[in-house]
Ligand binder design. Structure first.
Ligand code: XUL
Length: 567
């Protein structure tokens, strides 16, 4: 048993990665294939094709198949003993869809182990050769139709966990059907990127995953079933169309640890996998990220990269058009909340560069910025009730839906006015204000997803920004996590989370008193060595300060509205 291995894949936008772990969670072998570099014949840029005029972004499905051939070859070269792999899971970029043709099922079932996958899954299996990508913005008309017909953004969010979004699969299928009616008619089944990948492993079409299905705007999360009305609209408004689309979509597997069946014989014969090795649902990349650590309810992950993503695990199904709720990938009754911002590090770097012009940094490029941020008082005030509120969107923002710009306000008692030159020391005062602004925006939206107080237990920071102590400190002050802020070093979170899920799916025990499986988080917490995986970077809750930031949230919300409405 100690030799057993568990394999996690991540089929993301620019590459496909694999990580094999043993039952002690130790990584044994890792490999990756970068599409632009390792499969250059498909001519993608950053893994996709873009038609700027039509705001379309899409990727060739056969490229992923070729890349998977290359990845299996790399794992073999690296010495992976495929026979020891007990279970495989994975993660896929969210929202993308794959349109299978009528020939798909028979061809998947009869793969010839003398040939590569790409030699056989060469395009005939698909009614459309491209998969719409999450960066696609071409479905404005379809999103409007869904929201206008079915009760507005709040209502769609309440039903499906998110308002209608361009990248979500429902609006994308709707556009595909109207743009390519003949291809839509020839589509036998529709998979997400995640269930497509599970299908390639199984040699048959896999059900859609319980969490990834929530990125489609088609799934009624509270009732765990397809939403008939949205499916009907997407399918053209007729009952017959609805029935046909439901058939194309197929089943959703509600158990994230389910044994979906053994790996296809193709891999047994060609690579020496064991015929006992089984496949467990492949989920979305964001849901897989929360499986890379034992994330407890009330814990928050903040990923501080080019963009900012916040993920929470929560028992509360509370929806809003400004964020996303997904069913948890492993645990019934839990949800994953997600915020996706466009303006993250770029906005901070812009302020940093402006500060560096007037106060050249003494050590690293952030030293002047950090000094300005940490020596300024919270909300820019030493005493009294006024506060400084800034909004910094060098790029158009998703949350809130706002054009680019910078806004600086003074909040005095209940009124907000634009700051005058005397009231705001530009750019020095911006250092603290931008960190506060980004964190207040997240607290405003993540709070309702957490608890009645909106206070998290822990905040885990990942990504480039997590190495900056000033960012971690302000995050701790504003979120006030009771146990503090922790830095997590993970470059392979999605593939690792998938490998952990494969291990849990194999070894989870049934509790004899409840008849329920041991939860993923309990299982992982028992095996995860916190001392080597995370470092505490801030104390978190400071009495009085967290409350003070809470009081400014309504004014912050008003400031955002002014920014959104300004021409
Ligand atoms: C989430 C989203 C992206 C993709 C990236 O809604 O669109 O994070 O999942 O692969």
């Amino acid at each position: 048993m100690n030799d057993d291995l568990f394999l996690g894949f991540d089929l993301s936008t620019q590459q496909i990665k694999a990580i094999a772990i043993n039952s002690k969670l130790q990584p044994i072998i890792e490999a990756n294939v970068e599409f632009d570099v390792d499969t250059p014949e498909y001519l993608t840029k950053k893994g996709v094709f873009t038609n700027a005029e039509r705001q379309e972004v899409y990727a060739p499905v056969v490229m992923w198949i070729k890349a998977f051939d290359v990845l299996l070859g790399k794992l073999q070269m690296a010495g992976l003993d495929f026979a020891k792999v007990k279970c495989i899971s994975g993660a896929g970029q969210q929202h993308g869809s794959v349109f299978w043709s009528e020939d798909a099922e028979s061809m998947l079932a009869s793969l010839d182990s003398e040939k590569t996958l790409a030699e056989q899954l060469d395009g005939r299996q698909f009614s459309h050769d491209m998969s719409p990508n999450w960066q696609d913005h071409s479905t404005g008309k379809e999103c409007d139709a869904i929201e206008d017909t079915l009760g507005g953004p709040e209502k769609i969010a309440q039903l499906t966990g998110s308002k209608a979004h361009h990248r979500f699969t429902g609006p994308q299928i709707m556009r595909f059907r109207t743009l390519h009616p003949e291809k839509y008619d020839k589509t036998w089944r529709i998979s997400l990127v995640s269930s497509f990948f599970a299908s390639i492993l199984l040699g048959k079409i896999a059900p859609i995953d319980v969490s990834d299905v929530c990125g489609m705007n088609l799934w009624d999360i509270p009732n765990s079933k397809w939403n008939d009305e949205i499916v009907r609209l997407v399918a053209g408004g007729t009952e017959a169309g609805k029935v046909e689309l439901l058939r194309k979509l197929g089943e959703v597997e509600l158990d994230g640890g389910k044994d979906l069946g053994p790996i296809s014989n193709y891999y047994v014969r060609r690579f020496g996998f064991s015929s006992d090795c089984f496949i467990t649902p492949v989920t979305g990349d964001n849901p897989a990220t929360i499986l890379a650590l034992p994330l407890r309810p009330l814990d928050v992950i903040v990923s501080l990269g080019t963009s900012t993503t916040l993920l929470v695990s929560t028992p509360v199904y509370k929806t809003s058009p400004s964020y996303h709720i997904f069913s948890h990938p492993t645990t019934k009754g839990l949800y994953m909340g997600m915020l996706c911002y466009c303006n993250g590090s770029l906005a901070r770097e812009k302020v940093r560069d402006e500060i560096n012009v007037i106060s050249p940094p003494s050590s690293d490029s952030w030293s002047s910025f950090n000094e300005a941020a940490l020596t300024s008082p919270p909300l820019g005030v030493d005493s009294g009730n006024t506060s400084k509120i800034g909004i910094y969107f060098p790029l158009p923002e998703i949350i809130p839906d706002c054009k680019p710009g910078v806004w600086r306000f003074i909040n005095d008692a209940d009124s907000l006015h634009n700051a005058s030159a005397e009231e705001w020391d530009i750019p020095t005062a911006d250092a603290r204000t931008i960190l506060e602004s980004q964190n207040l925006s997240m607290r405003l939206r993540a709070g309702p997803m957490l608890s009645s107080t909106g206070q998290p237990r822990r905040v885990y920071v990942v990504g480039g920004g997590s190495r900056n102590p000033a960012i971690c400190e302000v995050t701790g002050q504003i979120f006030g996590p009771t146990e503090g802020v922790f830095k997590l070093e993970l470059s392979n979170a999605c593939a690792l989370g998938s490998a952990y899920k494969a291990l849990w799916s194999t070894q989870r025990m049934v509790d004899s008193s409840t008849g329920e499986y041991e939860t993923f988080d309990d299982f992982l917490a028992d095996r995860w060595d916190e001392s080597t995986m995370i470092a505490k970077v801030d104390v978190g809750y400071r009495k009085g300060l967290w409350e003070k930031y809470g009081e400014v949230l309504p004014a912050f919300e008003t400031a955002e509205k002014v920014a959104v409405e300004s021409k």
